[in-house]
Design a protein around this ligand. Structure first.
Ligand code: ADP
Ligand code: MG
Length: 324
C-alpha cells in the first residue's frame, strides 16, 4: 500500500460542512457570519506522549481528544481538523483501528477531517483543529487565559490525577487493584475533552485553560496572563482523584501530588465571579460534567496552597516542561 492508497482508504471521507475536504492542495472552510475561527495544534510523539504498546484505536481517540480539549478551553465549537502523520510503514493493521478511534470521537463532536500530510518516519501524529466562537456586538466570546479577576471563584471539571496514577503503574512505581487501574488507564489513554462545558461557560467564565501539564502549572499560566494570584485548597483537588474512592489509605499522601501536578488530565480549569455560581452549576448540569470549586483568585500575586483546615502548605510543584 502506498501513501495515496493509505489516505484514500483510511482518511478520505465525503465532506459535510467544509467547502472542500481531502484531495486538493488546500481545504476550504467558510466561517459563518458573526463568528471567529479558534485554531490549535497538538503533536503526539511516540515514547514521549504515548507508549509504543498503546492500542491504535485509543491513540486515534487521544490524538484528537487533546486537540478538542484546547477548543473546549476556549469555549469553541469544533468544526474540522487536519492530520499530519509520520508512520514507519503503511500498515493497514495499525491505520484501520487508528482511523476508527479518531473518527469515533470526531463524529461524536461533528468535527470533520479536511486534510493533512502523510510521510514515512518515526510514529508522530500532529493534529490541527478548527473551531468556531461567536462574536457578540463585535466582541469575541472565546474564553481566554487572561480574564481572571481578583475575587473570582476557581473551578475544575471532572477528575484529576488518574492519568498520572496509570502512568506510575506503567512505570512500575505503583500497584493498583485491577479494576482501579483499568479506570485510571482509560483516563490516560482516552481522555474526555470537555467541549460541551467549555461552550456552556461562554459569557460566564472570566478565564479558562485545559489541564494538560498539571493543575497548578496550568493555573500558573492563567495567573500570569491575568496578572493575579490564587489560593487553592489542595484537599479539595485531592478529593477529585477518581481512583481515590477505591484505594486503600496507603497511597493517601500522594493523592495531592497526582491531583495538583499529575498532568494529562484534559479537564477544564476556569474562573467565574461568585455572582455566577448558579450559572456555573447550570452549565455543569447542561453539559453533564461535574464541576468543583477549589479556590479563589486573589489580587496578591503568587499561588497559595492550603489544606482542608485552611493551614498553608508548601508549593513545590513544577509544571511539566519538555526541555526542563
Ligand atoms: P501536497 O503534496 O499537495 O501537500 P499531498 O499529496 O500531501 O498534497 O496530499 C494529498 C491530499 O491528501 C491533500 O488534500 C491532503 O490534505 C490530504 N492528506 C494527506 N495526508 C492526509 C491525512 N493523513 N489525513 C487526511 N488527509 C490527508
Ligand atoms: Mg500541494
Amino acid at each position: 500500500m502506498g501513501e495515496f492508497d493509505l489516505i484514500e482508504r483510511f482518511f478520505k471521507r465525503p465532506t459535510r460542512q467544509a467547502a472542500l475536504g481531502v484531495g486538493d492542495d488546500c481545504a476550504l472552510l467558510q466561517p459563518a457570519p458573526g463568528t471567529q475561527f479558534a485554531i490549535s495544534s497538538d503533536m503526539l510523539v511516540e515514547g514521549r506522549h504515548f507508549l509504543s504498546t498503546v492500542d491504535p484505536f485509543k491513540l486515534g481517540h487521544k490524538a484528537l481528544a487533546v486537540n478538542l480539549s484546547d477548543l473546549a478551553a476556549c469555549g469553541a465549537r469544533p468544526l474540522a481538523f487536519t492530520l499530519a502523520l509520520a508512520l514507519p510503514r503503511a500498515d493497514a493493521a495499525w491505520a484501520a483501528p487508528f482511523a476508527q478511534g479518531l473518527f469515533a470521537l470526531a463524529d461524536a463532536h461533528d468535527c470533520e477531517l479536511i486534510g493533512g500530510d502523510t510521510t514515512q518516519g518515526p510514529l508522530n501524529i500532529c493534529i490541527t483543529v478548527f473551531g468556531e466562537v461567536p462574536l457578540v456586538n463585535g466582541r469575541s466570546q472565546a474564553l481566554l487565559r487572561s480574564g481572571a479577576q481578583a475575587g473570582d471563584d476557581l473551578y475544575i471539571s471532572g477528575t484529576v490525577g488518574d492519568a498520572r496514577m496509570a502512568l506510575e503503574v506503567f512505570r512500575g512505581k505503583l500497584a493498583l487493584p485491577a479494576a482501579v487501574f483499568e479506570a485510571a488507564r482509560s483516563r490516560m489513554e482516552q481522555p474526555t475533552p470537555r467541549v460541551a462545558l467549555g461552550m456552556a461557560l461562554r459569557g460566564i467564565a472570566t478565564a479558562a485553560i485545559d489541564i494538560s501539564d498539571g493543575l497548578l502549572g496550568d493555573l500558573g499560566h492563567v495567573l500570569k496572563r491575568s496578572g493575579v494570584g490564587a489560593t487553592v485548597d489542595a484537599d479539595i483537588a485531592a478529593s477529585r482523584v477518581a481512583a481515590r474512592a477505591q484505594c486503600s489509605d496507603r497511597e493517601q499522601g500522594q493523592w495531592r501530588d497526582w491531583a495538583l501536578a499529575g498532568g494529562d488530565d484534559y479537564e477544564l480549569l476556569f474562573c467565574a465571579p461568585p455572582s455566577q455560581r448558579d450559572a456555573v452549576a447550570a452549565a455543569a448540569h447542561s453539559s453533564q460534567t461535574a464541576v468543583t470549586r477549589m479556590g479563589r483568585i486573589d489580587a496578591e500575586r503568587g499561588l497559595r496552597l492550603v489544606d482542608a483546615a485552611g493551614q498553608s502548605l508548601p508549593n513545590t510543584y513544577v509544571s511539566f516542561d519538555h526541555f526542563a
